[in-house]
Design a protein around this ligand. Structure first.
Ligand SMILES: Cc1cc2nc3c(=O)[nH]c(=O)nc-3n(C[C@H](O)[C@H](O)[C@H](O)COP(=O)(O)OP(=O)(O)OC[C@H]3O[C@@H](n4cnc5c(N)ncnc54)[C@H](O)[C@@H]3O)c2cc1C
Length: 528
């Protein structure tokens, strides 16, 4: 019996387990379906795509997307210590302030959350109003600085967009270089930052290769979990709480497998209904990205990343193309006047990133967004079977709201305008698979044909509908969800920073019963 059982050692779960186990008087069990994070393909930044469709990946796809020519869209998810923070592109990008404020959940306004972001951080630029130092999470400036990234940022300025030195600072608008979760040129996942330093604590048990199948609910209270470890059925009991940190696709799946979800859907599959909760698995959101790829003859793309000189640079200096996180730079823009915040972002990488990153690059190239930042379209996660090892049915329904298509087309036009600027000249020799023309109709066709996910699925156990503002699953005692599925909106950023913040805040909520947000804000300010 443990006090707390946490399901999923991902971005949020590693933070939560490490923070809770700081108190030696409580026992914590962290359960992870995947294995240890030993592969160098995890730790060497430029190799993150090597993990796609391996045993480190849950390897999901959407169902046929009705507004994307019925294509199935690839959705990688980390199945390993660190979860998706072990296979992601390492951008450290909080959402816009208006997103957190827009959630309208007590304790979750931007001002109240800032101390949690700062508490995690060890930002190499030093402490400021917006950034922390001395926390477990290394946040650094990228060390690759590919010439194409510099050219793209310069071209954006030539096109009239402002430069932004810090997307996590006072304003998000503008173009510049992203900060990344790396230390000394190596990935800093939440396993690296939070979990590994805590692993030797006697009050923390980490179970690997253990897939949880359902939460045990007895007399309205979560009392543990049941799953399989190396082919054997195992029950682990929780004296105080079970916390699901299994991510945007697996947390709602686990709730439904446990009888918490839409009653008719569960009944159809023969799953006994514990709580009829129609919103579990609904409200699924993501940032669809419309890739623009230009190939060229300059030998500077990540095709050179594995060459001997790049390997030497990486090993001896911790620099060079192997430290590239992919999208090294980008920007945030408003496609029209009157918006409260940017509605389009650009993520720009010095490589050919085609077919969701699954195709092997065939030429030197630059790939960049736009991505729809505040999508109105909503999808869902449902079960295809009562078998817990069957992949869930994921329907993102990208562009089901026509407004998202308008935003995408407006973003594409901004992107094409940047491509025409002087600074981009050396890198825009050939438009790879261009639209037939720049008419609205042809750009829409292009969007439908090439859009892929930028892998930010979230929102499926949202605060205010499935969990309350203290992340407690409504209708069941002793059960919380703490991962990106609790975010009511995906936000105008990238979700890893928010997932880490959610882990931090969940730790306070679990520890104290309620979050003393102000007390923490004061503690952070006084440096204690
Ligand atoms: C290729 C890629 C690139 C990305 N790039 C960025 C980026 O640059 N910046 C950014 O901010 N975001 C990025 N993201 C998104 C971001 O990493 C995720 O949104 C974030 O990591 C999600 O955190 P989480 O805690 O909700 O879930 P996860 O980190 O996915 O953790 C869930 C964990 O639960 C485990 N688990 C699931 N089900 C079970 C079960 N039944 N039993 C036991 N364990 C289980 C999983 O194996 C996993 O370890 C990217 C994502 C991908 C796939």
């Amino acid at each position: 019996m443990h006090d707390y059982v946490i399901v999923g050692a991902g971005s949020a779960g590693c933070v939560l387990a490490a923070r809770l186990s700081e108190d030696p008087s409580v026992s914590v069990c962290l359960i992870e379906a995947g294995s240890a994070d030993e592969s160098e393909d995890i730790h060497i930044p430029a190799r993150f795509g090597e993990n796609f469709r391996t045993h480190y990946d849950w390897d999901y796809d959407t169902h046929e997307e009705p507004f994307l020519d019925r294509r199935r869209v690839y959705l990688p998810r980390g199945r390993v210590l660190g979860g998706t923070s072990s296979i992601n592109a390492m951008l450290y990008l909080r959402s816009n302030q208006v997103d957190y404020d827009g959630w309208r959940q007590p304790g979750w306004s931007y001002r109240e959350l800032l101390p949690y972001f700062r508490r995690s951080e060890d930002n190499e630029r030093g402490a400021s109003e917006y950034h922390g130092v001395g926390g477990p999470l290394a946040v650094s400036d990228g060390r690759s600085r590919n010439p194409m990234a510099a050219a793209f940022v310069a071209a954006a300025q030539q096109a009239g967009h402002p430069y932004n030195d810090d997307f996590n600072g006072p304003a998000q608008d503008g173009f510049g270089f992203f900060q990344v979760t790396q230390r000394d040129g190596r990935r800093c996942s939440t396993a690296d930052a939070f979990l590994h330093p805590a692993m030797s604590r006697p009050n923390l048990t980490v179970e690997l290769d253990f897939q949880v199948h359902r939460v045990l609910v007895e007399h309205g209270r979560a009392t543990g979990v049941i799953g399989r470890r190396h082919g054997e059925e195992v029950t682990i009991r929780a004296g105080r709480e079970v916390v699901l940190c299994a991510g945007a696709y697996n947390s709602p799946q686990l709730l439904m497998l446990s009888g918490i979800g839409p009653a008719d859907h569960l009944s159809d599959l023969g799953i006994p209904v514990v709580v009829d909760q129609p919103q579990v698995g609904r409200n699924l959101q993501d940032h669809p990205l419309i890739p623009v790829i230009f190939t060229h003859s300059q030998p500077v793309s990540l095709l050179i990343a594995e060459e001997p000189e790049s390997l030497r640079q990486y090993q001896e200096e911790g620099r060079g193309p192997l430290t590239s996180n992919g999208p090294e730079c980008g920007g945030f823009v408003r496609t029209r006047a009157g918006l409260p915040a940017p509605d389009v972002a650009f993520f720009t990488g010095p490589l050919m990133f085609a077919d969701s990153g699954l195709s092997i690059p065939t030429a030197h190239a630059i790939t960049y967004g736009p991505l729809v930042l505040a999508p109105q379209s909503r999808g869902s996660v449902t079960l295809l079977s009562a078998n817990p090892t069957t992949k869930p049915k994921i329907e993102h329904r990208y562009f089901s709201e026509p407004a998202d298509m308008e935003t995408a087309v407006a973003g594409l036009r901004i992107g094409l305008d940047i491509a025409r600027q002087r600074a981009m000249d050396p890198y825009t020799e050939t438009f790879h698979e261009p639209p037939a023309s720049e008419s609205d109709a042809d750009l829409r066709t292009y969007v439908r044909r090439y859009t892929h996910s930028i892998f930010h699925g979230s929102g499926t156990c949202a605060m205010g509908t499935v969990v309350d503002s203290e992340l407690r699953v409504m209708g069941v005692e002793g059960l919380r969800v703490a991962d990106v599925s609790v975010m009511p909106t995906v936000g105008r950023g990238a979700p890893n920073a928010s997932a880490i913040m959610i882990g931090e805040r969940a730790a306070d909520l679990v520890r104290d019963g309620r979050a003393p947000a102000l007390a923490h804000a004061q503690a952070v300010r006084s440096g204690s």
